[in-house]
Design a protein around this ligand. Sequence first.
Ligand SMILES: O=P(O)(O)OC[C@H]1O[C@](O)(COP(=O)(O)O)[C@@H](O)[C@@H]1O
Length: 403
Amino acid sequence: MQSSITAACSATPFLPPRTHLPSKQPSFNSLLQARSRIYRPIRRMSSSHGLSFSVRSQAGNSDDGNGFRTLTEYAGKGGIDVGDDLVVLFDHIQYACKRIAALVASPFNSSLGRQNGIVGSVDGGTGRDAPKPLDIVANEIILSSLRNSGKAAVMASEEDDAPIWISNDGPFVVVTDPLDGSRNIDASIPTGTIFGIYNRLVELDHLPTEEKGPLNSLQSGTKLVAAAYILYSSATIFCATFGSGTHAFTLDRTTGDFILTHPYIKIPPRGQIYSVNDARYFDWPEGLRRYIDTIRQGKGKYPKKYSARYICSLVADFHRTLLYGGVAMNPRDHLRLVYEANPLSFLAEQAGGKGSDGKNRILSLQPVKLHQRLPLFLGSPEDIEELESYGDVQQKVNPGYEV
Ligand SMILES: O=P(O)(O)OC[C@H]1O[C@](O)(COP(=O)(O)O)[C@@H](O)[C@@H]1O
């Protein structure tokens, strides 16, 4: 089984980035210039949403002269210049996500994803040879990339009970949900990875790692310096914010680069789509039922009948909401504040949208527990405001649904 994992993970042709740059390495800019000399795309395209595939004026000057720009170039000195440390961290995160993209698309993924027993495996799939669920493999890929980056002090993951301390001098704290929506993976439904990045709290450096790890990871969402999600779907999309707009980059599988395809995403102020698992209707509070009943019938503030879309994969539902507008929600205490709600709310706000728990702005909540769960509503500002006006929208009954 181990060989299947290795095969799946090494199938990607993309080379890992170098580890963090010691002083004798060539400068970061010269590495970028060398790379753009090798890769020169030749034509400009436009997307189906009328979004330009490049941005020239708003984010700096060098787009290789042909209108294409990679995520690394965009974040680097020729772009918005988020600082070399963050650029290097993101280079390693990109590499991890390319490996995860290859993993979820691998012919071996269904056996990797099964918890128990592989037909034909040496010991029947137990013990050392037992397959690991894909979210655990994704977690290990991310941890290894963060270690190699030299830029992460600590990683807090939805998959781990406690944060993993990586390096005393890593400037950043990384929180992650390594593979969201993995329960759907056998049916090839889109999945995603979520990241939030904070600065390491240097004032806690004197504490033992078992104390400073959690405290660094429990920072308020208002302190996020960057956030991203990666959608593994028909295209692999890396959507990021560094605090100056939300931008999406699409993986060019021929070069391994994430190319800027959706600069400065602006969520429509109102959409016509609601996204929720409405099999839970009878467990919803009265306010949420009234809200959904109202917009379904076209009797809300926006006098159009809303449509329902629910993939049951948070990143995919959020990505669609960002582009088309509306509201994506999970009203029960299910999604996590630290790993999911905060990073996605930061991305939503940077696109002009909102992230709410039904009553409060998500980013204003102070996390008290690493795996804290809460209701989550993300989307167009006018839709979220209308929803909140119904008051009673948080589902308190949470019986632990089977699927
Ligand atoms: O069962 P529900 O309430 O529809 O929840 C579905 C949600 O749970 C998720 O699968 C995440 O759940 P996990 O974090 O337990 O994997 C999301 O991708 C999805 O939006």
